[in-house]
Design a protein around this ligand. Structure first.
Ligand SMILES: *Cc1c(COP(=O)(O)O)cnc(C)c1O
Length: 376
């Protein structure tokens, strides 16, 4: 039997491991020069926009909402198909999450439904780029500007993705507000845990620094003051050293994932959907970083059965994501089955096939072969 093929696995090269050792030996292991260097590199990549790093992707979205002044009485529109963090941060700042159903093809939030969900209390939209695939950015920002809404892009999965040739996170002329990335262990590049927030100006960046560390502001050369309620969200130099090593490989990682995605499409072939009833992702190898390669299973097999059968072939299958509005916490807020039928159908049957940098085309072929047998 061949080795177990997980759905995701980070690759940390030896140079990166050595740089972590250097940090650990340096005597300075918390936020310091490595964090600054990482933020500078990220800022260059995002077209010179201010960037600050944090100890998770989740807190970057919460902080963006705080900087935008969003709180009690405000509504924030987001997708029901995401990691629960996306909706939790809305509750965390005291605002009201409003879900808009997803598009069955892209599995991202449906922008028609976003427009329909806007009320006088709507203050922001959090679009999610599931699997790294951006939404229609021109349309998103046209809606935001027409209704004077802030945008907090949940680009947790989208580092390396582009829109019209420009990286998600940069200003594209027509797009870019707060943009949040995660460097959690499964993401395309990782710091083990961590995230970064792309901001609009130095004033927002200074506020982000305050929210990152207890609201502390430095005033004068020897004094500190606290004028907002912040938390403890700073990234360490240990994590930043991993991030710097990973970031230097971003282009190679994205290229490899695009190559693997293309290989999935060619190996499965044009008739796969017709033969099995499964639904492939949109075949968009240029703008997507292929964080995930997700298929929607036909109704005749349950996800649990599919995952168990694939495990017999020593293949790990991921599951991203259950519809957020059906979790107990959200049901208690009044959400129910039937409210977002596309999200409920897709959320029940979606699976993530193996996809990571160190994988090869043989692994793709092995997965496709097993899948053909399981879905026969
Ligand atoms: C990973 C992820 C998050 C949260 O990031 P953390 O770094 O784990 O806090 C949020 N949204 C999406 C879509 C994600 O994939």
């Amino acid at each position: 039997m061949s080795n177990f093929l997980p759905f995701s696995r980070p690759t940390i090269d030896e140079a990166t491991i050595a740089s972590v050792g250097d940090v650990l030996r340096s005597g300075w292991i918390t936020t310091g020069p490595k964090v600054q260097e990482f933020e500078k590199k990220l800022s260059e990549y995002f077209g010179g926009r201010p960037v600050r790093t944090f100890n998770s992707g989740t807190c970057t979205m919460e902080i963006a909402l705080r900087i935008a002044g969003i709180g009690a009485g405000d509504e924030v529109i987001t997708s029901p198909i995401s990691w629960v963090a996306t909706a939790n941060v809305i509750l965390e700042v005291g605002a009201t999450p409003v879900f808009a159903d997803i598009d069955p093809v892209t599995r991202n939030i449906d922008l028609d439904k976003v427009e329909a969900a806007i009320t006088p209390r709507t203050k922001a939209i959090i679009p999610v780029y599931l699997a790294g695939k951006p939404v229609d950015m021109d349309r998103l920002y046209a809606i935001a500007s027409k209704h004077k809404l802030r945008v907090v892009e949940d680009a947790a999965q989208a580092i390396g993705s582009t829109w019209k040739g420009k990286p998600i996170g940069s200003f594209g002329g027509s797009f870019g507000d707060f943009v949040s990335f995660s460097f959690q262990a499964n993401k395309n590049i990782t710091t083990s845990e961590g995230g970064c927030l792309v901001l609009n100006n130095e004033e927002e960046a200074k506020l982000a620094e305050k929210y990152r560390l207890q609201g502390v502001t430095r005033s004068g050369w020897d004094g500190i003051d606290v004028d907002v309620l912040g938390g403890k969200y700073n990234m360490t130099d240990v994590a930043a050293a991993i991030g710097l090593g990973q970031f230097s490989q971003l282009d190679a990682i994205t290229a490899q994932r695009r190559k693997l995605a293309r290989h999935y499409f060619t190996t499965l072939g044009k008739d796969f959907e017709k033969q099995t009833g499964a639904q492939l992702p949109p075949e968009d190898c240029e703008s997507t970083n292929w964080h995930l390669f997700q298929i929607v299973l036909p109704e005749r097999i349950t996800r649990a059965d599919f995952m168990a059968r694939m495990k017999e072939y020593n293949i790990g299958i991921g599951y991203h994501y259950a519809p957020i509005h059906l979790f107990t916490l959200y049901r208690a807020l009044g959400f129910r089955e039937g409210m977002f039928p596309v999200a409920e159908r897709v959320g029940k049957q979606i699976v993530s096939l193996p996809m990571f940098y160190a994988m090869n085309e043989g692994d793709v072929e092995r997965t496709c072969e097993a899948m053909r047998e399981v879905l026969a």
